[in-house]
Design a protein around this ligand. Structure first.
Ligand code: SF4
Length: 287
């Protein structure tokens, strides 16, 4: 596995986040430099390459080269060799249809879209300065599912943002159920010094934040189990992680962790039949 930074910094100033203050504005690396690095990694035998940036979807906006993130992915997909490319993190406001279309037609781009929604309430999203609405997010999620039916969709959510009412939190739970995420990374809001949210009124008591966190986690566990059940009986192409914590494990293009019935050397692509599902993992029989 290898990780390649394609850009640094962030221009977004979400009101809860300190990143733009400490990392500065967005700076993209030149596409040729990135392509050269990925070609080198593939030649060295790396199989699972993750492109990194605070908001990879705005890659290239600061360059003269006219290459955006979708173009970059398409060019990486054209590099010869057997490998998978992942990326994180995406900002929903910049996740374009072109990007989804390129993913759909590029077999080396992993079938996994991590698209942090943060809240299901447009009012809270506005207070977070996320610059998309609940409806716009739902529309993007629908487009991803329609164009890449085998993609896994995961997200981040902040529970108990200042001023979040019970009804607004209900909207988050309903969005989670409507989208049917494969996995959800849920965070309890805590203030970061120097951010706009730190000074917002309506701080939610910790006990209440925990209650919301637990409610959301319970809803997601149901959805994760449902999302994983559909793989049982299917054959997935996996990349072995070798042995981890005494278990033989591998990952699918969707970033599903699969525990195997026998050892496969790390870094090997192979097929497995999925024999059982759990909320966070699958079980597989090596074929
Ligand atoms: Fe940028 Fe992400 Fe922080 Fe928003 S949450 S300011 S997009 S790094």
């Amino acid at each position: 596995k290898a990780w390649v930074s394609i850009m640094y910094g962030c221009n977004n100033f979400c009101t809860y986040c300190i990143v733009p203050y400490v990392r500065g504005r967005e700076r993209s690396r030149e596409p040729e430099q990135i392509l050269e690095e990925v070609r080198g990694l593939v030649a060295e035998g790396y199989k699972d390459i993750t492109l990194l940036g605070q908001n990879v979807n705005s890659y290239g906006k600061d360059l003269d080269s006219n290459v955006d993130f979708a173009d970059l992915l398409a060019q990486i997909n054209d590099i010869s060799g057997d490998f998978l490319v992942r990326f994180m993190t995406s900002h929903p406001k910049d996740a374009s249809k072109e990007l989804v279309d390129v993913m759909a037609s590029s077999p080396k781009i992993a079938r996994h879209f991590h698209l942090p929604v943060q809240s299901g309430s447009t009012r809270v999203l506005n207070a977070m300065n996320r610059r998309y609405t609940r409806e716009q997010y739902l529309e993007k999620a629908r487009y991803i599912k329609e164009k890449i039916p085998d993609a896994a969709l995961t997200t981040d959510i902040i529970c108990g943002f200042p001023g979040e009412t019970e009804e607004e939190f209900d909207e988050t739970v309903s969005l989670v159920r409507e989208v049917g995420f494969d996995m959800l990374y849920c965070f309890i809001y805590s203030p970061r010094r120097g951010t706009a949210a730190e000074k917002m009124p309506g701080r939610i008591p910790h006990d209440e934040q925990v209650r919301r966190f637990e409610r959301l986690t319970a809803a997601q566990n149901e959805m994760s189990l449902k999302a994983n059940e559909k793989y049982v009986g299917k054959t997935l192409r996996l990349l072995s992680d070798g042995d981890e914590d005494g278990k033989h494990t591998a990952r699918s293009s969707q970033n599903k962790i699969v525990t195997l019935d026998r050892f496969v050397p790390a870094g090997t692509f192979f097929d497995a039949e999925i024999t059982a599902s759990h909320p966070f993992t699958l079980e597989g029989k090596v074929l």
